[in-house]
Design a protein around this ligand. Structure first.
Ligand code: ADP
Length: 432
């Protein structure tokens, strides 16, 4: 028991002792009753004082003076309140500093509750999205940014990538939306102005497309003259013959390169896929196999197709044709003679996959993640002699992205390669 309680107990015992002595002397219980009532009134008075102090508590108002256990109680309460006050002040300061640093950010920050309603934002977000507290607080984000891509992005709940959209406030401003989940199902939306980057990227795409387009006409003229020269020359000068042959080969290579660059530019710049067509895969793949084989007539490979005769996909026939032709051409090109190339379909939980597998030399693991980059070639010398452009897999990747499909590459040196096209359910024709 602590000292002040002991002191209070002693005081009660003393009052009780003296009052009982007086009661015994006077042969009456009144002195004890009166003494107890006085003690009760004193205690009630102290309770009222502390209650009054607590009700009107302010930081710089000291607690009422009292002795013994009451004094201790007042002091302890005072200390507790001061400690709590100090903690609250520290917390308020931390919150204010966080708010100040968030509002100083040049990137926009919007906090969304679990129903994706905007509950707070910083100054940058207000100017990037044109937000006004009076009207937009607690409004769903999708009411403000009315874009189907944002609806899908939030619905799919997979925030590993970001989304680029024009600002609803100023359509020439391009914003990058990145979402992170935090707390109890809330969302943190980060907004970045990527207008400049977007313009640069657009300039790069336009430049490549324009240059490729402009090169087409001079190249056609050159090829025409080369053919004429070859026809009229008649083989009198062997050195000239060799030069003409090499010039024809290089101009053909240039033609393929320009065609591939233009195709890539078209895949990147046409925002929407045209209305989907139903494509029966088996006849298409057999036709592409003939085409690809014609490019390497010196090789005899075996093709195994494992898919139902009437199996169909929904998509753009031209784009899927280019993707599959590139995969078959690569399989033929990089697999040594007498190789075995297999194409098979597998239905999966979320759609299905079409795999192009070969028993060629395979690709070292460290190249796999970069293979779909333009002009990336693990072995430039070998591939140049194979006549490729280094754009084939980039075309495959982009054609698949436009179908919401993905390319996966599996390979090990010496163990062949698998190029797997994962298609979503929306690409699969129902009545297979
Ligand atoms: P390229 O015109 O050089 O074939 P691609 O983009 O089609 O360009 O392919 C990029 C690189 O990937 C190729 O240069 C080659 O090294 C490698 N590659 C593609 N397909 C295969 C395959 N089936 N087997 C082995 N390597 C391959």
């Amino acid at each position: 028991m602590n000292f002040s309680i002991l002191h209070e107990v002693r005081r009660i015992l003393l009052i009780l002792g003296i009052s009982l002595l007086v009661s015994w002397q006077q042969q009456s219980l009144w002195p004890t009753t009166i003494a107890l009532m006085i003690y009760l009134a004193f205690s009630t008075y102290q309770l009222m004082r502390i209650n009054n102090w607590l009700l009107n508590y302010s930081k710089d108002w000291d607690p009422p003076e009292a002795s013994g256990a009451w004094g201790d109680l007042f002091d302890n309460l005072y200390r507790l309140l001061r400690k709590e006050n100090a903690q609250r002040e520290t917390l308020t300061e931390i919150i204010k500093r966080t708010e100040r640093s968030i509002s100083a950010l040049r990137d926009g920050v919007v906090i969304l509750d679990r129903w994706q309603r905007m509950t707070n934002w910083n100054q940058a977000a207000a100017s990037l999205l044109g937000l006004r507290r009076a009207t937009d607080l607690r409004q769903p984000l999708t009411n403000l940014v009315r874009h189907p891509a944002l609806l899908n992005y939030l619905r799919e709940d997979d925030f590993t990538t970001s989304l680029t959209l024009p600002s609803p406030h100023a359509t020439h401003v391009i914003l990058e939306f990145s979402v992170t989940r935090f707390g109890a199902g809330e969302y943190l939306l980060l907004l970045r102005d990527v207008t400049q980057l977007h313009q640069l990227e657009q300039m790069r795409k336009d430049f490549v497309a324009n240059v490729s387009h402009e090169l087409k006409t001079p190249l056609t003229v050159l090829k025409g003259y080369l053919e004429t020269l070859q026809e009229f020359h008649g083989g009198e000068l062997p050195t000239l013959d060799k030069a003409l042959e090499q010039m024809t080969q290089q101009s053909q290579r240039m033609q393929v390169l320009i065609d591939d660059l233009l195709l890539l530019a078209r895949l990147e710049s046409t925002p929407k896929l045209p209305a989907p067509q139903v494509i029966t895969l088996k006849p298409l793949l057999l036709e592409l196999w003939q085409e690809a084989q014609a490019l390497a007539p010196e090789k005899t490979h075996q093709l195994n197709l494992h898919l139902p005769d009437n199996f169909s996909l929904k998509g753009n026939a031209n784009e899927l044709r280019s993707a599959f032709l590139n995969l078959l051409t690569n399989a033929i090109k990089y697999t040594p003679d007498q190789g075995c190339i297999q194409v098979f379909w597998q239905t999966t939980e979320h759609g299905g996959s079409l795999t192009f597998s070969d028993n060629g030399p395979g690709i070292a693991a460290h190249h796999l993640s970069r293979l779909t980059e333009r002009f990336y070639r693990p072995d430039a010398g070998r591939e140049q002699s194979s006549g490729g452009t280094g754009l084939g897999l980039a075309i495959v990747k982009h054609a698949l992205i436009r179908h919401h499909a993905q390319l996966e590459i599996q390979s090990r040196l010496g163990n062949g390669s698998q190029f797997i096209c994962h298609f979503p359910a929306s690409c699969i024709q129902d009545n297979q």
